[in-house]
Design a protein around this ligand. Structure first.
Ligand code: SF4
Ligand code: SF4
Length: 241
């Protein structure tokens, strides 16, 4: 990933954190029922994680963690595929299979070991009441819609790159030249097996927002799109200008 994409990603994370500070969530340190293997990411987020692992010299630990991956499935659609199908034809989209709900391997003693670079799906997971295993988190509907919109923007940022389960994307990225150290740390076919479970990130077809949510969500979208990275706004960079 280019540094530009990494900087944009970081700006998007910051804008969302500022916007979501209005909510009173029950989430606390060492509360981690939500930390399962059912997390999807775009490769741009995976490369930020790999960068941290290289910089902290934790490749051996990381390779061991990747191999704790449970059964995963190949998603039928990305978030933007789903949005495109709903917006284009208004068609009913069949639900995805539920992903693997066993504990995320990066969780140790109820703390995330890659916390500073955790992907957006982890950042937006929150609840107004403390979660109990098997019971859905409690969040306002417009918070869910806003989170989905941000996922769509991040997917657009990484369009054409890997999209799928966190552990599959991270494993597939072990093929990059800067991550070659993993070649001797992972079983030979492990990277290939993960790669076939992935799809490609798609451009943004439009947002899935209801009109009555716009008052709350528009400020978030404006904050993201008008943020500057270098000389340009995120909006102009994402539009290729
Ligand atoms: S989403 Fe639920 S499990 Fe996760 S930190 Fe918040 S309250 Fe805890
Ligand atoms: S990456 Fe970190 S925050 Fe995300 S599910 Fe795993 S342990 Fe939890």
């Amino acid at each position: 990933m280019s540094c530009l994409k990494e900087d944009i990603l970081q700006s998007i994370y910051e804008a969302f954190a500022e916007w979501s500070a209005r909510f009173l969530f029950a989430c606390e340190k060492e509360c981690a029922v939500c930390c399962t293997q059912n997390v999807t990411i775009t490769a741009v987020e995976g490369e930020a994680i790999h960068r941290l692992i290289r910089e902290t010299g934790r490749e051996v630990w990381f390779a061991r963690k990747l191999q704790e991956k449970g059964e995963t499935f190949r998603p039928r659609m990305t978030t933007n595929d789903f949005a495109g199908a709903c917006l284009g034809k208004g068609e009913d989209v069949p639900p995805e299979e539920v992903g693997n709900l066993s504990a995320c391997p990066f969780l140790e003693k109820d703390c995330c070991q890659i916390y500073e670079v955790r992907p957006f799906s982890c950042r937006c997971f929150a609840s107004e009441q403390r979660c109990i295993s098997g019971i859905s988190a409690l969040v306002p509907e417009y918070y869910l819609s806003a989170s989905t919109a941000v996922l769509q923007i991040i997917e657009h940022l990484g369009q054409g790159e890997y999209w799928g389960n966190l552990l599959n994307v991270l494993t597939a990225l072990c093929d990059l030249p800067e991550n070659k150290r993993y070649a001797s740390l992972l079983p030979a076919s492990f990277v290939d097996q993960s790669r076939v479970q992935l799809v490609k990130a798609q451009p943004l077809p439009g947002f899935l927002l209801f009109e009555d949510e716009m008052e709350q969500i528009a400020p978030l979208l404006t904050a993201i799109f008008t943020r500057k990275v270098g000389e340009k706004t995120i909006e102009s960079i994402l539009n290729g200008r």
